[in-house]
Design a protein around this ligand. Structure first.
Ligand SMILES: Cc1cc2nc3c(=O)[nH]c(=O)nc-3n(C[C@H](O)[C@H](O)[C@H](O)COP(=O)(O)OP(=O)(O)OC[C@H]3O[C@@H](n4cnc5c(N)ncnc54)[C@H](O)[C@@H]3O)c2cc1C
Length: 394
């Protein structure tokens, strides 16, 4: 098996980590890493933060070099899209007509940003998923420009914070009654909302964009459902994502909110999936979950590489993510959702620091911190230990 050919489709964080982990764990066969984007594999979290702010360039986000891939004998095929998967003949068809045979296939195609059909094709309206998107938006976010953000999720809020820091006028349009609605405990979401209000963000809750008003092909303003018209020099559509699975039509894989996998990432015979596109059974959570967090992509890559090389399979950690907005660095570990019971266990206003635990029926399910990386450590350790114990008992 170690001499077989592994094909990995999707050259983002999860795809690259799988390729590297396969080599590190002794895979001696071919490793082909196919990516639709022309860029070397790169890290996405800074796209809405340091890169958008203009503080960093591509070198800051790039995760490898051509030389590093060559030295590890990873056959990197960039700017090539996989268009079809034939599981019967074990072939990945590429745009341009080539088909690559695989012994083991790892799908790491991530997600696509959801789009709003009426805004398609309007200059100045963007989504934010790729390096190219970030550079496009960055070019439009000069001091004094009016930026409309549709969607008060994590991406929308991070972009709002970055836009404010660049001196833009920021309006956020959101159909629900508050930021991060249903995704984050309400009390903490309200704190995040207050920070944005203090910084000058104008929220329009319970609203959608009814009209995208255009002059010579470029966005000029938007009209909301309550009739208000807001100037728009640029607009971000930040309304979530959809797993990039279109190319898998007819491949026979089970697709339900991503590619359905077992607890080791296996989707079918010799087919695995990792990262944002994958809906794994998470042993510590006891449910299937598709996780769009940077660190989970790396964890899953390690598990799949271990399975394929027959080396020690690491335990998947609980989900962990962070979001940086202004000088507030939030981190969350565990199973976070909107309606957990929240207990704030540290609220240091002078240090702008907070730790909160999330409970369900009295059991801690997650811990969230603001500017509290150090203070979270014991909570994370306890939460992980409890989850592992539960796993052993079951
Ligand atoms: C702006 C932004 C900010 C973020 N901030 C945070 C954060 O603060 N904290 C956090 O935990 N997470 C954050 N994330 C999420 C994190 O970046 C993702 O979880 C991570 O990138 C997932 O890696 P992946 O390899 O699964 O997918 P991706 O990084 O999306 O890579 C998938 C790759 O596959 C390619 N591809 C798709 N279809 C095909 C095809 N048919 N053929 C070939 N290639 C294909 C895509 O072009 C892409 O390059 C952020 C994401 C974005 C976009």
């Amino acid at each position: 098996m170690m001499n077989d050919r592994a094909v990995i489709v999707g050259a983002g964080a999860a795809g690259l980590a799988t390729a590297e982990a396969l080599r590190d764990r002794g895979w001696t066969g071919e490793i082909v890493l196919v990516g639709a984007e022309p860029h070397l594999p790169y890290d996405r979290p800074p796209l809405s933060k340091q890169l958008l702010a203009g503080k960093e360039e591509f070198e800051f986000v790039q995760l490898t070099t051509h030389e590093a891939c060559t030295s590890r004998d990873i056959d990197l095929r960039l700017g090539v899209e996989a268009t079809r998967l034939d599981t019967r003949n074990k072939l990945v068809h590429l745009a341009g007509g080539e088909a690559i045979g695989y012994d083991s296939l790892v799908i790491a195609t991530g997600v696509d940003a959801r789009r709003l059909v009426p805004a398609e094709g309007i200059a100045g309206v963007v989504t934010l998923r790729t390096f190219a998107d970030a550079m496009d938006l960055r070019a439009q976010m000069a001091h004094g420009k009016h930026v409309i953000i549709v969607g008060a999720g994590f991406i929308g809020l991070e972009v709002a914070a970055t836009a404010i820091s660049k001196g833009c006028v920021v309006d956020v349009v959101e159909p629900t009654p508050g930021v991060l609605f249903g995704k984050f405990p309400t009390e903490l979401a309200q704190r995040i909302e207050r920070t944005h209000l203090i910084k000058g963000v104008r929220f329009h809750f319970g609203q959608v964009v009814e009209e995208w008003n255009v002059r010579t092909g470029r966005i000029e303003s938007v009209t909301l459902s309550d009739g208000e018209t807001l100037r728009a020099d640029a607009a971000l559509v930040g309304i979530g994502t959809a797993p990039a699975v279109g190319w898998l039509d007819g491949a026979g894989l089970e697709v339900a909110n991503g590619i359905v996998c077992d607890s080791q990432g296996q989707a079918a015979q010799d087919v695995y999936a990792v990262g944002d596109v994958a809906n794994w059974f998470h042993p510590l959570l006891g449910v299937n979950q598709r996780i769009e967090h940077r660190l989970s992509a790396g964890d899953q890559a390690q598990v799949v590489a271990a399975v394929l090389t027959g080396t020690d399979v690491p335990h998947l950690d609980l989900p962990f993510f962070w979001t940086d907005q202004y000088d507030e660095k939030w981190q969350a570990y565990g199973y976070v959702h909107g309606d957990a019971e929240l207990e704030v266990v540290l609220d240091d206003i002078d240090a702008n620091r907070l730790v909160a635990v999330l409970k369900n029926n009295g059991y801690v399910e997650a811990v969230i911190g603001k500017n509290a990386a150090k203070q979270l450590i014991p909570y994370r350790r306890d939460l992980r230990a409890a989850a592992m114990q539960k796993l052993v008992r079951n």
